[in-house]
Design a protein around this ligand. Structure first.
Ligand code: ASP
Length: 439
């Protein structure tokens, strides 16, 4: 059995968190490949080391004295080393970093040092081999991640290596310059390593016991999702539920490797298992609820629209021409509604409206802002009758007016549009009916 284990920033924020991670790794021989993040926040007011590094590099670029801040960063690492009673010294490393900052090695290089140094400490702490991600995670010259080359290089490098630490978040281009993924990208590295070693499972250790059925900011103590499919996860993440980096599923998904989200502070919790498919019946009809506020509905009316070939294309090209992406397009016989992000749309609304008039000659256009979209997601809905009915009666019961309904033909999700001000009430009502009372 081979496991790849990734530890997030809060799991490695200080010496006591580090030793929890160490205990978890040592408790199972199968945990052979470790991907650490940089030290994260020790408390809600704290600053992540990655943010400190970005700031420090900005100062270096602006020709300001960055050394006091770099010293603070060094102190954070040293307090971990000292707290773990390790004989390691990072002064040489920090000398090189300061030198490279002066040479303007780039913001990506700067940010990557958090993972690099945490990786060095972790490797020493566990007595595992350290593999610099710059040697095995490959980016193309245009900055795109090179999945094929990485898989080749990395699997070859790890072939004869029984235990290793590979820092998350970064790699390098062919010219050797460091390149990072987007923020939170250590999740992606973990997935890439899992694919390269054909791991049985990719464990992603964080500070929550898995994906929650709904946002804990809205529902008190929501239940944890035990098993979720990649597709369900994608629907929920898109709608704002974030535990894992969006791109982290792609490398393992192709290999059928499950991801297990686990809690470093509660290692006894089973967490959430993310799989390609499962015949295990979900506990509830729905797997999860997520949503976002801040949408505008652009309602377009035109008599006989239904028989006009190309009407939809003309309308949508007005949005495309102004660089606005649309979210959903529910339609009726003589109406078509386009849901867009209010922030993106507001500044360009009049130009878009006149473009729609020019391209599609509608009878009228009406805008309605301050709307929220809620996604109710679940593989269990496919085999259950009456899901939509239950949602709408629950919403009617709490006096929430439904502005829009959109169900994909996969029957995996139902999207509901409500007013921003009804957002929380609607989510509570849906959670209630499916999870609490289960009527
Ligand atoms: N340390 C990086 C960040 O803060 C990457 C990661 O933690 O995954 O975004």
């Amino acid at each position: 059995m081979t496991k790849v284990v990734k530890f997030g920033g809060s799991s490695l924020a200080n010496a006591s968190q580090f030793s929890k991670a160490g205990k978890i790794i040592r408790s199972e021989e199968s945990r052979k490949y470790v991907v650490p993040s940089a030290p994260g926040k020790r408390n809600p007011k704290d600053t992540k080391v990655t943010d400190m590094l970005y700031r420090c590099y900005e100062m270096a670029e602006a020709g300001e004295d960055f050394m006091p801040l770099l010293k603070k960063i060094q102190d954070r690492f040293e307090s971990i080393i000292n707290g773990l009673n390790m004989p390691l010294s990072l002064s040489g490393e920090f000398g090189v970093i300061a030198e490279n900052f002066r040479k303007k090695a780039g913001a990506d290089y700067a940010a990557s040092r958090g993972e690099y140094l945490n990786g060095r400490i972790m490797a020493e702490y566990l007595d595992y081999e350290f593999i610099d991600a710059a040697d095995v995670i490959c980016f193309r010259e245009d900055g795109e991640f090179d999945a094929e080359k990485t898989d080749e290089v990395l699997s070859k490098r790890l072939e004869g290596c029984s235990c290793a630490v590979i820092p998350g978040f970064y790699g390098a281009k062919e010219d050797g310059s460091v390149k990072t993924f987007s923020r939170g990208g250590s999740d992606i590295t973990g997935s890439i390593v899992a694919k390269a070693v054909r791991a049985d499972i990719y464990e992603n250790w964080t500070d929550v016991s898995g994906f929650l059925i709904a946002d804990p900011g809205i529902i008190d103590n929501p239940e944890v999702i035990k098993v979720i499919t990649y597709r369900e996860l994608r629907e929920l993440s898109y709608m704002g539920a974030t535990v894992l980096h969006e791109d982290a599923v792609f490398p393992v998904r192709k290999e059928g490797i499950p991801i297990n989200i686990r809690n470093t502070n509660k290692p006894e919790d089973p967490g959430t298992l993310i799989v390609e498919s499962t015949c295990r019946q979900p506990d509830y009809t729905i797997t999860g609820i997520a949503g976002k506020k801040g949408f505008v509905a652009v309602n377009i009316d035109k008599d006989m629209m239904n028989s006009e070939v190309g009407f939809g294309r003309k309308v949508l090209s007005a949005f495309e021409d102004h660089g606005i992406s649309f979210e959903h397009v529910p339609s009726g016989i003589d109406t078509l509604t386009v849901f867009v992000h209010q922030e993106e749309f507001e500044g360009k609304e009049q130009q878009v409206l006149s473009a729609i008039h020019r391209y599609a000659q509608p009878d009228s256009i009406d805008l309605e802002g301050n709307l929220a979209l809620i996604a109710v997601v679940g593989r269990g809905m496919r085999s259950t009758r009456g899901t939509a009915g239950r949602i709408f009666s629950a919403l009617a019961h709490v006096n929430v007016n439904v502005k829009m309904i959109d169900q994909g033909s996969s029957e995996l999700n139902i999207i509901i549009g409500v007013q921003n001000s009804d957002f929380e009430t609607a989510i509570r009502a849906i959670y209630d009916i499916f999870v609490v009372t289960q009527i």
